[in-house]
Design a protein around this ligand. Structure first.
Ligand code: FEO
Length: 410
């Protein structure tokens, strides 16, 4: 059974985390492999004459959410519900909360959120909806709530709430990540180190298509002076950031900008009968000779890595090497899908070398080249061998790796 956490985060004002550890999920958004699971975080703030709920959980956990919430408050006493983002992993349990609340609470969100809530849960869900304007401030229970829109983090509806007097930032998807951390916050460095790669994987798979908005929205928060003043970041997934709140946005910024880790080259290939693998092994040898650290994902008749894991490796790679067989006059289907997703979700200005093998006609290389040329990636070279790479092919491959390294300026 998924674990439910009801944790007091602050005494004054009284702030609680309601977290469920979804260890049943296999594919986030019915697509991304996450054997590591995910958490859904909601928050309850008790103020003078006001009880504010920030978001909820996925519909599957409605019963557990109501049970947890009812341990802290009678749902009828909730005066405000802030809906930062309507994706149903945060809003699925809301209908039941509203019903138990007898539709008394004021729902606060963006105009997009109103439209989507109505589409998902019917007109009753938005009967008592207040539409905020970007930057609007509202006094609730004696505190100043500032609402700031952060469109495309992760949907156009998305906003954050900043409580001015307390320096609390409720950030929903922004600042979140996959996996089920052992702790609720960033106090344990070992937990943080284990968690951050899952944050990267989450950013790329969920928000990656809009990654330029990550950088833009964080810039916006910086200009407003909010990140400087924030004492705690309370996201809708994963760890709360209170030891070092700035750290999670620094991580988001680095992923959004595709800041590379020195020496890391991501190598992705398929090999049906070992011919592409031979070409790749030559490239790996040349890379290592020059001090590079290849991170390798391969599709063979014995293994098929998770595409979501591959995507999570792109942002901090210096360069990519793609190896593919020609398959029915196209790119091998596994590599074709990975590439499609890389270009869609992790489209960065990084050099790419294409290697391949074919039987009667080489087509994969040309097709990959076309995809790369249309993206932000920088095509370096394409070398394809007919079947087993010959000595001459080997020299061409080594030369192309050296060309790739030159691009990296070392
Ligand atoms: Fe966690 Fe975009 O929902």
């Amino acid at each position: 059974m998924p674990k439910v956490w009801i944790e007091k985060i602050l005494d004054k004002p009284e702030l609680y985390l309601l977290r469920v550890d979804d260890n049943q999920i296999k594919y986030f958004e019915a697509t991304w492999e996450i054997p590591e699971g995910i958490t859904y975080n909601a928050y309850l703030l008790k103020l003078e004459n006001a009880v504010v709920l920030f978001d909820a959980w996925k519909k599957d956990y409605t019963k557990e959410f109501i049970e947890a919430l009812s341990k802290l408050v009678d749902p009828k006493e909730i005066t405000h519900i802030v809906v930062h983002h309507t994706e149903p992993d945060h809003s699925g349990a809301l209908s039941e909360v509203l019903r138990l609340n007898c539709y008394r609470a004021q729902i606060i969100g963006t105009s997009f959120a109103k439209r989507l809530l109505e589409a998902f849960y019917g007109s009753k869900a938005v009967e008592n909806f207040y539409t905020i304007k970007d930057g609007e401030e509202m006094k609730i229970g004696g505190k100043t709530f500032r609402f700031i829109t952060v469109p495309w983090l992760h949907w156009p509806d998305t906003m954050i709430t900043y409580i001015v007097e307390e320096g609390l930032m409720f950030s929903c998807d922004a600042g979140g990540g996959y996996s089920i951390p052992k702790t609720i916050d960033d106090s344990d460095e070992e937990v943080v180190q284990e968690y951050l790669p899952y944050v990267t994987k989450y950013i790329v798979t969920v928000i990656g298509h809009y990654h330029k908005y990550i950088v833009q929205n964080i810039e916006k928060l910086k200009k407003l002076g909010i990140i400087e003043k924030t004492k705690m970041i309370l996201p809708g997934h994963g760890l709360i950031w209170r030891k070092n709140p700035k750290r999670i946005f620094e991580h988001y910024e680095a992923v959004g900008a595709g800041v590379p880790k020195r020496g890391k080259v991501l190598v992705i290939y398929d090999s049906m009968y070992g011919f592409v693998e031979k070409a790749i092994e030559i490239a790996l040898d040349e890379l290592k000779k020059h001090g590079y650290i290849p991170v390798v994902y391969r599709f063979t008749d014995k293994e098929a890595p998770a595409v979501s894991d591959i995507l999570g490796e792109v942002p901090d790679s210096e360069a990519l090497i793609i190896g593919a067989s020609t398959y029915e006059a196209n790119i091998h289907p596994r590599v074709r899908y990975v590439l499609y997703e890389i270009v869609d979700k992790a489209n960065y200005e990084k050099p790419v070398l294409i290697l391949g093998a074919y039987g009667w006609a080489g087509v994969a290389g040309r097709e990959i080249e076309t995809m790369i040329m249309r993206s932000k990636f920088d095509h370096v070279d394409t070398i394809e061998a007919r079947g087993n790479a010959t000595e001459e092919d080997e020299e061409r491959i080594r030369e192309s790796v050296r060309k790739l390294i030159q691009k990296l300026g070392k």
